[in-house]
Design a protein around this ligand. Structure first.
Ligand SMILES: C[S@@+](CC[C@H](N)C(=O)[O-])C[C@H]1O[C@@H](n2cnc3c(N)ncnc32)[C@H](O)[C@@H]1O
Length: 296
């Protein structure tokens, strides 16, 4: 990824809600016997990675992520622990180079939707597994929730800041649950579980949904705005702070940098979301996720 927009602080704002699917994914896995390596692909801040060894009986765990910001936080958890390490890497190419030890479990929670070609990537991951190895993957598939296409609509209305059109939403790459079942079967799974699960998260209000999404789903919009700001030759700090946020997309903003534009984008998005969904308190955020597990 060209720009590291991930923020551990923002991502962890909804840590309790994000933890629920991860716990269900762990429960799908077969316990190891105290031996074996778990690779946690797209490990993020590492809080889950740090627990995996004890919860699943592995002798060591390796977390891999492409975000330096997330890994910096993760690495602090590995201090003094010989059974845990973190590495910078791209999960799309995991398995292309030889590994020190074949994984007994490849675990990946809420990360696969950031890469394309799931059939090829899962095939590549599966090839690295030790005999009797397991794949455990949780992937969001919520792109048809009404909040998601709204971000695309707003971006499409502002070609001055999205000259290449809106960015694709991350979970556009996700397959149907039955396709994952077919895929796992074709890769030789001797046992498998694939389910579509709706998590019902009660947020304080509609407006909180923006806080959730800006830590993940809206990050591609941030990257596009960074690029647009750079190509406009903008300079950070030169902005007029008294200017109304509603001027997003007009030439008066040509001095703003990517992070300021993203703040404005999120504010416009918040207003439009409240218009669309109504100002509800509490707001029930329904979040569809696919949980899959297979043993080979
Ligand atoms: C939504 S977070 C999930 C983090 C963690 N698995 C958890 O459950 O808390 C997604 C993570 O995937 C990472 N990621 C996205 N694309 C990646 C890629 N191609 N290679 C490695 N990591 C990636 C991001 O940097 C981010 O830390």
């Amino acid at each position: 990824m060209p720009h590291d927009a991930w923020s551990p602080r923002r991502y962890d704002q909804f840590a309790a809600e994000r933890r629920l699917p991860a716990d269900e994914l762990i429960q799908l896995c077969r316990h190891l016997d105290g031996h074996g390596t778990i690779y946690d692909l797209g490990c993020g801040t590492g809080s889950l990675t740090a627990e995996l060894g004890a919860r699943l009986g592995a002798s060591n765990v390796v977390g891999i992520d492409s975000s330096e910001a997330m890994l910096t936080k993760a690495m602090s958890l590995a201090n003094g622990r010989a059974d845990l390490r973190f590495e910078l890497g791209d999960i799309a190419s995991f398995g292309e180079s030889a590994l020190p030890a074949p994984p007994s479990i490849i675990f990946s929670n809420a990360a696969l939707h950031w890469v394309d070609h799931h059939d090829e990537v899962i095939d590549q991951w599966r090839r690295t597994l030790a005999p009797d190895g397991q794949l455990a993957i949780q992937v969001p598939t919520n792109h048809d929730h009404p909040a998601y296409p709204l971000a695309t609509t707003i971006a499409a209305e502002h070609p001055e800041w999205f000259p290449n059109g809106p960015p694709p939403l991350p979970s556009n790459t996700v397959l149907a649950p039955e396709d994952y079942a077919q895929l796992l079967h074709g890769l030789g799974a001797v046992e498998q579980h694939v389910s579509l699960r709706v998590f019902a998260h009660e947020l304080d209000s509609t407006a909180n949904l923006v806080d959730w999404l800006r830590g993940t789903t809206l990050l591609p919009f941030r990257r596009y705005l960074d690029q647009a700001a750079r190509s406009h030759g903008n300079v950070k700090g030169a902005g007029n702070d008294t200017e109304s946020h509603h001027t997003f997309g007009h030439n008066t903003n040509s001095h703003r940098d990517g992070s300021e534009l993203f703040d404005i984008f999120c504010e416009v998005y918040r207003e439009r979301l409240i218009e669309q969904e109504g100002l509800r308190s509490p707001y029930l955020f329904t979040f569809k996720r696919i949980l899959m597990w297979a043993r080979f």
